[in-house]
Design a protein around this ligand. Structure first.
Ligand code: GH3
Ligand code: MG
Ligand code: MG
Length: 503
């Protein structure tokens, strides 16, 4: 468990230091956070758009329900009044009454209701025989009306609601008629009783409803005839919309909601409809999608623009932070490199040499491998300085250092300036023979530089090299190896310089 925790902690640290703390990590992190904020904003806006739709659907359903109840209650009352007339006509006592009393008995106060144009009794030929408006029936014949022929030809029509028509008795006002059949005792047709209702009733009922600038509400017969529609257009009243795709869906189920484009004005709306439970009518309330989403769109634009600006700002800030971090890291690594290298030669400095020796020494001991070290000292360098000047001495030092660096090729090998004109080459995992070989290569490479040195017995800049190795079976430490290499170097010097000597 502890091991697992450690693993987790070190992975997290690696991730933090390696990825998130890197300049690119900061930028990617910023982009990720901005994207997450934008996605969250998009989800919230999408949800509020759906809420707007749901709320509208619910409001439409409620409006449809209330309109339906109002219409159905009124029609129930009209139906009862018609039934009362039918019943009264079967009473010989009532029929024996003088016309004005008979009128009072047959047509109660319902006949004076607002929007109720007239109540009439028609005989089997379609002539008015009893008129709610006057004791002397107006001389009109309605045998040509569809509601008359329907009742005449179908004994079982019951309460029949006509299609809208222009009333002859009321100066062409748009009306509908509710009718009931009168039968003789033998069941044969005796005429009809009708109530004519001014369509103004529906017009006023719908006009009071607030459905948005492009909303609409309509009352449609189940046979597809438009009875009333808001926004009101007299040309639409009585139109047959049986072929419209929306109507097909109205009759498919008792009630429901769906989105569709209206065949009448081409506006896309959310339709809520309900078939009347007791009448062959359908009420439809439709809200235009442009109205439903108008407020939402405004809000979405404002919030979306703000969030986008905020997200872009966040990404920009991350980019600036990332760039700053990159600059700092570069400066840090440059500083680190400076602290580790020797100014003049570009090789490792003495401090770094200490670290390298320490690490390689421990590794050699752990893996029990041979470890070699070369001590390089330029010959007669004091004389060189004296002859050619300090600046020339510096240049020669740098050239020799470059030469040493280029001669050691293995990545594990490293060279450092030990001090003055002395260098140490560390050769891990290299036996004495190999070390001597490399030392000889360095020596000849320095000599081949051909830097003139008049005060030297060789006439050119040369170096002496002392090599020492550590065997795993030896029980000594790194300073002993350095000392051995130094002694070997001393030997090389005493043996005539420009040579390699091994301890
Ligand atoms: P030997 O062959 O015995 O090594 O003779 P040497 O003159 O090289 O010996 P010594 O160690 O006495 O002299 C080293 C000289 O190297 C002293 C100094 O003039 C020169 N020197 C040391 N460091 C620098 C440096 O950074 N720049 C220059 N130009 N000269 C340096
Ligand atoms: Mg020296
Ligand atoms: Mg020297």
């Amino acid at each position: 468990m502890e091991k697992r925790n450690n693993w987790f902690r070190s992975s997290a640290n690696r991730l933090l230091q390696g990825k998130l703390a890197s300049p690119n990590g900061v930028v990617y992190g910023g982009v990720l956070v901005a994207l997450m904020m934008l996605s969250l904003c998009a989800i919230v806006l999408y949800q509020s758009r759906r809420d707007a739709l749901d709320r509208t659907a619910e409001t439409s359903r409620n409006v449809a329900l209330i309109a339906e109840r109002d219409i159905e209650r009124n029609f129930e009352l009209y139906g009862l009044s018609l039934q009362a007339v039918v019943d009264g006509l079967h009473q010989p006592d009532v029929m024996a009454l003088p016309p004005h009393l008979r009128r009072l008995v047959l047509f109660d106060r319902a006949a004076t209701a607002k929007y109720l144009e007239s109540m009439l009794v028609l005989d089997e030929s379609g002539n008015i025989v009893i008129d709610s408006a006057s004791d002397v029936p107006r001389k009109r014949n309605f045998a040509d009306r569809k509601y008359f022929s329907v009742q005449r030809d179908n004994p079982s029509s019951g309460l029949y609601i006509s299609d809208p028509f222009r009333s002859r008795l009321h100066n062409g006002a748009p009306s509908i008629v509710l009718s009931r059949r009168l039968s003789h005792l033998d069941g044969s047709f005796a005429g009809i009783v009708v109530i004519a209702i001014d369509l103004e009733y529906f017009h006023n009922l719908f006009a009071g409803l607030s459905l948005g600038p492009h909303g609409s509400v309509a009352l449609i017969g189940r046979d597809g005839i438009m009875i009333m529609r808001q926004p009101y257009d007299p040309r639409i009243i009585g139109r047959d919309i049986r072929g419209a795709s929306t109507f097909q869906r109205f009759v498919a189920t008792q009630e429901g909601s769906f989105s569709d484009t209206a065949s009448i004005d081409g506006v896309r709306r959310l339709y809520s409809f309900k078939n009347f439970p007791h009448l062959p009518l359908i009420i439809m309330v439709a809200a235009a999608e442009q109205d439903i989403y108008a407020a939402w769109r405004q809000r979405a634009l404002t919030i979306g623009a703000l969030m986008l600006g905020f997200g872009c700002g966040f990404v920009g800030l991350s980019a600036v932070l990332g760039a700053q971090l990159r600059r700092r890291m570069r400066a840090e690594s440059e500083l680190q490199l400076l602290a580790r290298t020797d100014d003049l030669t570009g090789l490792h400095n003495r401090r770094t040499l200490g670290e390298i020796l320490d690490a390689e020494w421990r590794r050699a001991k752990r893996t029990r491998t041979v470890f070699s070290l070369l001590f390089v000292d330029i010959d007669r360098f004091k004389a060189y300085n004296d002859t050619y000047g300090h600046q020339a001495g510096d240049d020669a030092l740098a050239a020799v250092a470059r030469c040493i660096g280029e001669t050691i090729r293995r990545p594990a090998d490293s060279a450092a300036r030990y001090g003055g004109e002395e260098f140490i080459v560390v050769l891990p995992d290299t036996p004495a023979a190999g070390a001597s070989l490399i030392a000889e290569k360095i020596r000849s490479a320095i000599s081949e530089l051909g830097i003139e040195h008049a005060s030297s017995e060789y006439g050119r800049v040369t170096a002496s090299i002392g090599a020492a190795s550590w065997q795993p079976e030896q029980n000594s430490d790194v300073t002993a190896v350095i000392k051995a290499a130094d002694e070997a170097l001393y030997n090389a010097k005493t043996m005539g310089r420009n040579r390699v000597s091994s301890s």
